[in-house]
Design a protein around this ligand. Structure first.
Ligand code: SF4
Length: 370
């Protein structure tokens, strides 16, 4: 009989580190905020972490997607702009969003239609990941595509090697984190992108999460010094009410006025196909709300060339145009080697290159398959 997806993935595992014994052979996982209590022979909500004889086994030693993306695609606008990021993902997720654009990999253990995600599995080692990044001249490694929190042990093992090789590392996450997992990642992680999908807890429950957990993660990630950028996919009829956008903007402002907020356009996908595409006017409205709430950096995404100056970075002190973008392409870059505005001399929040002349302008702006 042919091997099932589950059998294949269960072989590609290692002993977990982000859990504690919970009595009678059960374990308590804290890689994400679900904090599953998992009895022997059972699985966590993500389906990819399981209790084998009192030990938590976790995904290790493979990728299901790997390519070089412009860092702007993640999206990060204040983290080494113009750089290539070796981006990798595994399989599974702790959420089940109806509009997931990566559902073939994220829902593989839940939705039989996503079974084919397992065909993309490629066995690999952390050393090989870093050597691919070096070959591709990618100074950044990013765990993305599926939810990285649920495979944090694997990411840490890669990031340790990447840091030794002088690279920087990032997560693209739903933010359903715990302080313990963020503390474990902190020595290796430079930047953390979090989706803030809604400000209504009932919406989060529908996706498989809890609003407060995500809000807490944003605040905690910022507190421990990670560079945090937040994305809200503006879905018509789901989270685009101006009051809700105001709540999101006010919350972010309460954590830090320097958190870049990306309000991005939705397109119908997976199980959510009845909601219309997001209009550029909605992104304009959301951006104005963010700016009025006092956020220094608000970006409109996924509609390149259709949102005026909302793709660009301006100095929050003197309004000087620092970075001009078109989609994932940098057109102009004026942040100094010290990370300052060249006009007023004030520091620009973010992680910047100390060699601004090397920033790639007018690059390819699209993913590059390996
Ligand atoms: S990662 Fe989250 S969903 Fe998966 S087992 Fe751990 S606590 Fe549960």
């Amino acid at each position: 009989m042919a091997e099932t997806v589950q059998q294949r993935l269960d072989q590609l595992t290692a002993p977990g580190r982000l859990y504690e014994p919970a009595g009678n052979g059960a374990v308590r996982c804290y890689a994400c905020a679900h904090r599953c209590l998992i009895k022997p022979g059972r699985r966590g909500i993500c389906q990819v972490r399981f209790n084998q004889d009192g030990e938590l086994r976790v995904p290790w030693g493979y990728v299901a997607a790997i390519q070089v993306d412009p860092i702007e695609k993640k999206p990060f606008n204040h983290f080494l702009p113009g750089s290539d990021a070796l981006s990798f993902g595994m399989l599974g997720c702790d959420f089940h969003c109806g509009y997931c654009q990566n559902w073939l990999t994220s829902q593989v253990m839940r939705d039989p239609k996503a079974d084919m995600g397992a065909y993309y599995v490629r066995e690999i080692t952390p050393e090989k990941m870093v050597s691919i990044a070096e070959q591709q001249n990618a100074p950044i490694l990013v765990s993305t595509y599926n939810e990285p929190l649920i495979t944090t042990e694997w990411a840490i093992d890669i990031f340790k090697k990447a840091k030794q090789a002088g690279m920087q590392c990032a997560y693209v996450s739903n933010g359903n984190a715990t302080p313990e997992v963020l503390d474990a990642l902190a020595p290796y992680l430079s930047a953390y992108k979090i989706d803030l999908k809604s400000m209504q807890d009932k919406n989060y429950r529908q996706l498989g999460g809890v609003l407060q957990h995500v809000l807490d993660s944003i605040a905690y990630a910022k507190k421990i010094g990670l560079w945090v950028e937040v994305v809200t996919l503006v879905v018509p009829g789901f989270n685009d009410d101006p009051e809700e956008l105001w709540d999101a903007a006010r919350f972010l402002r309460s954590v830090s006025e320097d958190i870049p907020w990306h309000v991005t356009a939705y397109h119908p996908d997976y199980k959510m196909t009845n909601n219309p595409y997001t209009e550029s006017s909605s992104l304009q409205t959301a951006s104005e709300i963010g700016q009025e709430a006092g956020l220094n950096f608000v970006y409109a995404g996924n509609l390149p060339g259709r949102v005026g100056s909302l793709e660009n970075t301006f100095c929050p002190h003197c309004n000087f145009l620092l970075i001009t973008r078109n989609g994932y392409i940098i057109r102009e870059y004026r942040v100094t080697a010290q990370g300052h505005c060249p006009r007023c001399g004030k520091a620009v929040p973010g992680i910047w290159t100390n060699e601004p002349k090397t920033v790639r302008l007018d690059g390819w702006g699209t993913p590059h398959r390996i």
